[in-house]
Design a protein around this ligand. Structure first.
Ligand SMILES: *Cc1c(COP(=O)(O)O)cnc(C)c1O
Length: 386
């Protein structure tokens, strides 16, 4: 058997590795608390499930779904953008359904990266931008996200020759893993840079609605010129706790959407239409469950932030995402600190370097664990010496 070089080029997927580690410890009878994976612990809201229960019986949905997504779903996304961001979208040309935004990232990479093309990738970052680039045969070029720049890339530092050869840039705000946020001016700077070098921007907007207090994360599409060069990938996974349902969307520049569609028609057949109907209910129905989720997360965020500060960690209060990104204590690197927490407290966090070399020196805590388990994890940590 000859396994492709493509697979050998990429490291094993981080969540899969962590799942394995937790399973090993649990088998030994250890009560492991994982603060690692970003996957909501609270179920999908009832109103969404009810629509699914009804729609699953529609025989029209038992046949191949439309590649671009149902018209109703695309209209619901357009209405959401109009209401939430004051961005107007044509549901026929500027919206496409995705089988989760992860799928959209990979297929967008295939649509814009040829062998030896450069892709501009933030670091630290969600690992999929880089692996998708490698799968497509491209060359990842790192844009460091530094604490002193509030974890935003500095476009003036991008090598001009590389920028000339780059075809795509990935961005993500509110940011996983750093929990940093970006304003409209930053997006305008990104667009200006991208237009100068004829680069497509793929903005991963999975956390646009995981936001705190009065903060409202902007869409890149509300920035001037965005529709000339950018798409945004949205996801129902996080705000509506639908990670298992696999539903998201791509919105923005119609030529980019069209190219992505060309790849998708050859790779998949669109998400089950009943799931898209449930997603219409999520986007268009009552939003109290999202409010409630934000209230729960706000409480956890405040609690974890205060506890970590109290233990002497260098940490900031996030305005978005359900992650806390903190510096490891002196004398540790990311891996040794994460290992120390597992060994001494059976608490799993993600070492920052799992998100790239510039994540070294940090660790990430996810707030998607029940309150009492977070509480227990923090009391175990308080007993340790750093
Ligand atoms: C969770 C996550 C996604 C994946 O979302 P799906 O729509 O479930 O595929 C995409 N990007 C980032 C940064 C994420 O954290």
């Amino acid at each position: 058997m000859k396994i492709s070089e493509r697979i050998k080029k990429v490291p094993p997927y981080i969540s899969a590795e962590i799942d394995k580690k937790v399973a090993d410890l649990t088998k030994k009878g250890i009560d492991v608390i994982t603060l690692a994976i970003g996957d909501p612990d609270i179920p999908t809201p009832e109103n969404i499930i009810k629509v699914m229960e009804r729609e699953i019986h529609n025989p029209a949905y038992h046949r191949y779904p439309a590649y671009e997504g149902s018209y109703e779903f695309r209209c619901a996304v357009a209405r959401y953008y109009s209401k939430r961001f004051e961005v107007e979208l044509d549901p026929d040309t500027e919206v496409m359904a995705l089988i989760g935004s992860k799928e959209g990232i990979v297929n967008t990479a295939y649509a814009f990266i040829d062998e030896d093309d450069y892709a501009l990738i933030p670091d630290p970052a969600y690992p999929v931008y880089k692996t998708a680039t490698l799968f497509a045969g491209g060359i990842p070029y790192t844009m460091p996200l530094l604490k002193e720049n509030k974890f935003l890339p500095d476009f003036t530092k991008v090598d001009k020759d590389i920028a000339e050869k780059a075809t795509i840039m990935f961005l993500c705000y509110p940011n996983n893993p750093t929990s940093a946020v970006a304003n409209k001016e930053f997006f305008e700077e990104a667009i200006e840079f991208a237009k100068k070098y004829d680069i497509v921007i793929c903005h991963d907007s999975a956390y646009a609605d995981i936001i705190y207090e009065d903060y409202k994360a902007p869409s890149i599409l509300s920035a001037k010129g965005a529709k000339e060069t950018a798409i945004e990938l949205g996801s129902l996974s996080k705000p509506y706790r639908m990670t298992g349902w696999r539903i998201g969307y791509a919105v923005g520049n119609k030529d980019i959407i069209k190219a992505l569609g060309r790849i998708k028609t050859n790779v998949d057949s669109g998400q089950f239409t009943a799931i898209q109907s449930a997603a219409v209910e999520a986007l268009s129905g009552p939003q109290d469950s999202v409010e409630e989720f934000r209230r729960i997360l706000t409480k956890r965020r405040n609690f974890v932030f205060e506890a970590l500060k109290d233990m002497g960690f260098d940490v900031e209060l996030p305005q978005g995402t359900f992650y806390i990104w903190a510096s490891v204590p002196k004398g540790y690197i990311s891996a040794s600190f994460a290992e120390y927490l597992v060994d001494k407290a059976a608490v799993v966090v993600i070492p920052g370097n799992a998100y790239g070399e510039y994540g070294e020196g940090f660790f990430r805590i996810s707030l998607t664990t029940p309150d009492d388990r977070i509480d227990e994890a923090l009391s175990r940590m308080r007993k340790l010496k750093f």
